[in-house]
Each structure stands twice: as structure tokens, then as C-alpha cells.
Design a protein around this ligand. Structure first.
Ligand code: SAH
Length: 273
């Protein structure tokens, strides 16, 4: 997987992509990250990348010419081929007006060979970049950042975890929050069925007791079936509490639906929500 980032602040990426799984994936050659300085694609003495908005208003807007020149220099396939899926590449424009980035989109992007990301700054980017250069606009959340760089770093990190071999243990990507994946066949707590779009269950490690807080008894017992059930219940509980919007009742098993009703009664009694 190749990530290419177009930015006016190339040094921004020195830190965030040099740690942990992303660093290891780079070192193992599973991913490659290239950062392009937009100013190198300007032609004037001042290396101008922005200009005032037509129609008036606040701030500055990133000009189209350097962005087109930069992305075209990367030899990406035509926009049409990218849009109809014959090319396994995408040119992504980071924008708060974009489609929401989530685990599902991360999976989709992880199936590509190359992702070019354009980071905006100032008031944004000349709209012709979205209309004719990028094939999608992506937002990392309903808030306004001062630039697309953090968004690009978020996408690199999230997609890298899904590149085969990047996580030591492939099963962990399937068990994580939001992941609606196939169930693993094996039994036992090490292969708890996937979270199926729910939030992850709580994790505990040593010490068994910390400042008077004990690890739930059931996790210490070694009864794999009970542990699996407990984790499922906790997953449902956390999703119901924090992200009820993720609960798709129809997709849940009979047993899960029963658990949910129990949890709702419990919440009601405790006055939660
Ligand atoms: N005027 C714009 C915001 C511009 S913020 C608006 O109101 O929609 C400057 C740049 O930061 C954007 O061009 C984009 O690249 C980046 N950015 C800001 N918020 C973002 C978000 N939630 N997701 C992705 N990129 C974002």
C-alpha cells in the first residue's frame, strides 16, 4: 500500500507516522508513505499556493494549479478509472464537507494499491480540485480542523492496521470496535467472535487488583464459554450506553437481543439515559 500526501507542511508528518504499527509496517515494506511539498509545484518567486476568494469573504483559498500539477506528476490513473474501480487507486481530498471516515471506509481504502491525500489549509481548496482532480472528499469528523494533515495521518494509521501483516495478530483487527467481520471458527476467549459492528469489550491486565479495583472474577476463571458470553454482554452494554446508533437489532442474534432487553431494564433501573 502506498500513501502519498500533498501538503504545504511536509514536516508535520515527521512525528505521527514514525511510531508503533505504522513505523513497523513501513520498516517491513508493507506500506510506503511519500510526502509532497505543494510549494515545489508553484512557479512564482514567492512559491504562492493560495489566493483571495472570488466573491469576497474571509481568508485565503488554496489555488488549483499547484495541486493539479502535483497530483498529475504522481502518474495516477484517470479520474474515471479511479471512480469506476478499474484502477485500484484513489485521490482523496480531506474536507469537513466530505463523506465521513469510518472503519467501513477504512476497509474499502485498504483494498487499494495507492491513496493520494490532499490536505487543505486556510478557508479550503478551490472547488475544481474536488470536481476534477480528487475522486472523493473525506471528513474525519463533524468538526473543523485548521488543516487536512491530521486527517491524512488518521487515515494512514487506520488503513495501515488493516493491511495484512501490519498487526502481529490478524484476529485483533476483526475483534475491534465497529468491525462487522466474519466469526472466527475457533473456540475460546482468544478468538472471541467478532464485535459485528459493536464496540469492543473491556480489557484488563495485571495487577488483578489495583487500588481496590478488582478485575472481573469471570476473566480469572478460565471458563472460555463464560468469558465469551461476558465479553459479548459487555460489548452490547458499552454500545448501548455510548453509541446506541451503532446497534442494528435486526443483525443481532436472538441471544443478543435478549441480552439487550435485559440491559435496557438494568439501565432503566439505574437511571442511565
Ligand atoms: N471553510 C471550510 C473549512 C476549512 S478548514 C469549511 O467550513 O468547510 C481547512 C482545511 O482543513 C480543509 O480544507 C480540510 O483539508 C481540512 N479539514 C478541516 N476539517 C476537516 C475534517 N473534519 N476532516 C478532514 N479535513 C478537514
Amino acid at each position: 500500500m502506498k500513501f502519498e500526501i500533498v501538503t504545504i507542511f511536509p514536516d508535520f508528518f515527521r512525528g505521527p507516522l514514525d511510531y508503533g504499527i505504522v513505523r513497523k509496517a513501513r520498516e517491513a515494506g508493507l506500506i510506503e508513505i511519500l510526502v509532497h511539498d505543494l510549494r515545489e509545484f508553484t512557479t512564482d518567486r514567492h512559491r504562492t499556493v493560495d489566493d483571495r476568494p472570488f466573491g469576497g469573504g474571509e481568508g485565503m483559498v488554496l489555488k488549483p494549479e499547484p495541486l493539479f500539477k502535483c497530483v498529475e506528476s504522481l502518474g495516477v490513473p484517470s479520474r474515471e478509472a479511479r471512480l469506476n474501480g478499474t484502477a485500484r487507486e484513489s485521490v482523496v481530498l480531506l474536507s469537513p464537507q466530505g463523506a465521513m471516515f469510518n472503519q467501513q471506509l477504512a476497509h474499502e481504502l485498504a483494498g487499494l494499491e495507492r491513496i493520494v491525500m490532499i490536505c487543505g489549509r486556510y478557508e479550503g481548496i478551490d472547488e475544481r480540485v474536488s470536481e476534477a482532480l480528487a475522486d472523493r472528499e473525506v471528513s474525519i469528523g463533524d468538526y473543523v480542523l485548521s488543516g487536512g494533515e491530521l486527517g491524512a495521518a488518521v487515515i494512514v494509521d487506520t488503513v495501515t492496521r488493516l493491511v495484512p501483516g501490519a498487526l502481529g495478530n490478524e484476529a485483533s483487527a476483526q475483534q475491534e470496535s465497529f468491525t462487522a467481520a466474519q466469526k472466527t471458527a475457533a473456540e475460546g476467549p482468544d478468538s472471541t467472535c467478532s464485535s459485528e459492528g459493536l464496540l469492543d469489550y473491556p480489557h484488563y491486565t495485571r495487577p488483578a487488583e489495583f487500588r481496590g479495583m478488582a478485575v472481573p472474577e469471570i476473566l480469572m476463571g478460565g471458563n472460555h464459554d463464560q468469558i465469551r458470553k461476558w465479553r459479548r454482554r459487555k460489548s452490547l452494554e458499552k454500545t448501548l450506553r455510548n453509541r446506541p446508533d451503532l446497534l442494528c437489532r435486526e443483525a443481532l442474534s436472538e441471544a443478543d437481543r435478549k441480552l439487550l432487553v435485559e440491559l435496557e431494564v438494568e439501565f432503566e433501573k439505574k437511571g442511565i439515559r
